[in-house]
Design a protein around this ligand. Structure first.
Ligand code: ADP
Ligand code: MG
Length: 672
């Protein structure tokens, strides 16, 4: 007998080639196949009258074959099957090319169902290459496809595997199933693949969503509950805060005290610090590092790129250095001998705070006593990364900072395992950035404005979607724009920055811009996160239709950091509805949360949050957002279960534990 864990190759007609194609859909076993969710269902229950058909619509037609004829066509070097059918309303043509294999399929007088897109040919309605069957088909599931595997094949394979559904065990507790009148998992799987009526699909989905959310929440809660013991860091950060030249905002103060409380406790801190661009997260992190060092431990600060690491290094050295704290840096562009010296200082505890990229997590980087890790511009920190860290110190506290505003609805789902502090207030005195969207025609105006700002001592970013010109993509490239601007403004210093340049070159360009020696920086999105050059007051985004809302918001956040009035100019290369709509959102709002919500509306959550990396299917997340009430229900249940059985060791919870491990991986990594 077939078992759910069997490879799909046990199915007839599924050999190694097909298995490879299935693997691309994430299907390896019979169970995976049964859990492959249709992305849609086609309603093939009722046929339309031929007379009522409209060209362009997709429809099911039932007709009796009046005549059929296989003809040789010279121009196409093949044979054409031409069938005329009739229902009691009208006649219609059905056409197939290269159709010798259909020779005997349409005998006169036979009733046949055709499904396809209605077209017109010489004034007559026709269906070209429709699907056909000899009986009515009901609600037909439509599966996601990949090269090498067809819709009908998947349907056929699922039909052969469906008997196995009874062996699949759901992990929802019985009382939850009965309280919510849900079908069993086996029943839900049968209904989703072979529904009789639309209500069946709804019922099936409800069970599957409950199932998904329950597993998701249980996993998140497990991560949250299983807190490691760390060390208490009880030194005060007051000296640092009172030494600042400005007053912290209320939101910053709250974040600082959240973090201080976490650090003073024995449990390992796992906190996300969320704050819009420019909200002042760095100083909050610095106060935490100060506390760690004053408590006798070391701190590590990880930046997403080398450029940012350098920038933070300079700031930290300035801000923490005056309290006698030693700040070091490890960078990819350093000489090996320099690196070795720094590694040695770190290992012996001479360096208190180390700045670098994620390379800090690598082997060979040893600490004397690591107490805190700050991770800048990161959404999430997988459990495997946390484990690596825990080995580098005694479960050091972890502070993750992100400027990606996550709509609250999603935050519950994505950060269920973390504590969250939000900085929802900008430092006082910031001038609003003036944002304008223009078309190509207004380019001269844009350049005039640019020149004026720069001549008054300001600096500008020009961001392009491409590095170099491309035949395949119609968009402006950083190299092209760089040449154009260099020619147009020979009296100004224009520099180019993109991801394919050598590290040293990038660093040099960036340094020249932050020190004010470069007027206009033409770049790709490498400057997206974190760069802080307060004197820069113009951001021009070329072909802004190629950037997502969240990304544009990030880019815009690079200006408006100093005392100058700042401008953001979006140059539209296309006037598609969505491009215009996005530009409009940008000109109307500077609220990162609002923009993120709109981004979600316009693009769908999968794209926004890169759910591929997240390990959750797009459809799942979409489902999640519209089912927050279910989320509450399952969360309560999950809390109850974990209270009794925190590690899910109880045999009764075996299925749940397996499902959690399947979703998060055995080490419970859930990376974004
Ligand atoms: P982000 O949250 O984007 O990382 P930063 O930490 O880079 O923001 O802060 C942006 C700028 O605001 C920095 O130049 C910083 O010195 C300044 N800043 C931060 N907090 C305050 C405050 N409370 N008052 C005035 N300026 C501040
Ligand atoms: Mg920052």
């Amino acid at each position: 007998m077939m078992r759910p864990d069997d490879s799909i190759t046990v199915l007839q007609g599924v050999g190694p080639k097909k298995a490879e194609a299935y693997a691309r859909l994430g299907v390896k076993t019979i169970k995976d196949l049964l859990m492959l969710m249709p992305r849609d269902h086609q309603d093939r229950r009722t046929a339309k009258k031929i007379r009522e058909l409209v060209p362009g619509q997709t429809a099911l037609v039932r007709g009796i074959v009046v005549k059929s004829n296989l003809a040789y066509i010279r121009s196409r070097r093949g044979q054409m099957m031409h069938v005329t059918i009739s229902d009691d309303s009208d006649l219609m043509d059905i056409v197939f090319f290269n159709a010798r294999f259909l020779k005997d399929k349409f005998p006169q007088g036979k009733e046949i169902y055709f499904y396809g897109r209605v077209g017109m040919n010489r004034g007559r309605l026709q269906l070209l290459h429709p699907e056909f069957s000899y009986g009515v088909q009901g609600l037909l599931p439509v599966y996601p496809l990949t090269a090498g595997i067809g819709q009908n094949e998947i349907r056929k394979n699922i039909k052969s595997a469906i008997a196995c559904a009874d062996q699949l065990e759901g992990c929802l507790p019985e009382d939850m199933v009965s309280e919510n009148a849900l079908p069993s998992l086996a029943e839900a799987i049968r209904l989703i693949h072979f529904p009789g009526e639309p209500e069946d699909i709804t019922r099936a989905k409800e069970r599957l969503i409950f199932e998904d959310l329950f597993v998701l929440q249980t996993g998140l809660l497990m991560m949250k509950i299983t807190k490691n013991r760390g060390t208490k860091k009880t030194a005060s950060h007051e000296e640092f805060i009172s030494g600042l030249s400005y007053e912290l905002t209320g939101a910053q103060k709250r974040a600082v005290s959240d973090i201080a409380a976490d650090m003073a406790s024995e449990e390992q801190m796992n906190r996300l610090l969320q704050g819009d661009v420019g909200s002042g997260k760095t100083i909050v992190a610095e106060s935490a590092m100060f506390r760690a060092v004053r408590s006798g431990q070391q701190a590590a600060f990880m930046a997403p790129t080398d450029i940012l690491a350098k920038q933070h290094f300079a700031n930290l050295k300035k801000d923490l250095g005056r309290y006698g704290i030693t700040v070091g840096c490890l960078s990819g562009s350093m000489k090996q001998s320099e690196k070795n010296e720094e590694l040695e200082r770190l290992r012996t505890g001479k360096t208190d705070v180390i700045v670098g990229t994620h390379a800090l997590l690598q082997e060979g980087v040893e600490f004397s006593d690591l107490g805190l890790v700050v991770c800048d511009e990161q959404h999430r920190f997988g459990v495997s990364q946390r484990m690596t860290l825990n080995e580098k110190g005694e479960s050091p506290d972890i502070l993750i900072m992100t400027a990606t505003p996550i709509p609250r609805t999603l935050a519950v789902i994505l950060y269920g395992d973390m504590d969250v502090s939000v900085i929802d207030e900008l430092p006082p005195g910031r001038k609003k950035i003036i944002t304008k969207a223009v078309t190509e025609k207004k380019r001269d105006d844009v350049y005039r404005a640019l020149e004026q700002v720069v001549e008054n001592g300001g600096q500008a970013y020009v961001v392009c979607p491409l590095i170099e010109d491309s035949d395949a993509v119609e968009a402006r490239s950083a190299e092209g724009v760089y040449e154009e601007l260099s020619k147009k403004f020979p009296h100004l210093t224009v520099r180019l920055l993109h991801g394919e340049m050598k590290k040293e070159e990038k660093d040099e360009v960036m340094a020249s811009f932050s020190e004010g020696r470069t007027d206009i920086l033409v770049s790709t999105v490498v400057i997206e996160v974190g760069i802080d050059v307060p004197n820069a007051s113009v951001m021009i985004i070329e072909n802004c239709e190629r950037f997502g809302l969240a990304q544009m918001h990030q880019l815009r956040g690079r200006v408006g950091r100093g005392s100058r009035q700042s401008y953001c100019m979006l140059v539209l290369g296309s006037k598609s509805d969505i491009a215009v709509e996005r530009a409009k959102v940008m000109t109307e709002s500077d609220d990162g949360f609002y923009i993120a919500e709109r981004d979600l509306d316009l693009r769908g959550p999968g794209e926004v949050f890169g759910t591929r990396q997240h390990g959750l299917a797009d459809s799942h997340i979409t489902g999640l957002i519209s089912h927050l009430d279910i989320m509450e229900t399952v969360r309560e249940k999950a809390v109850m279960i974990l209270k009794k059985d925190p590690e899910l060791d109880d045999p009764e919870n075996l299925a749940l534990r397996e499902a959690v491990e399947a979703l998060y991986g055995e080490d419970m990594t859930m990376n974004m």
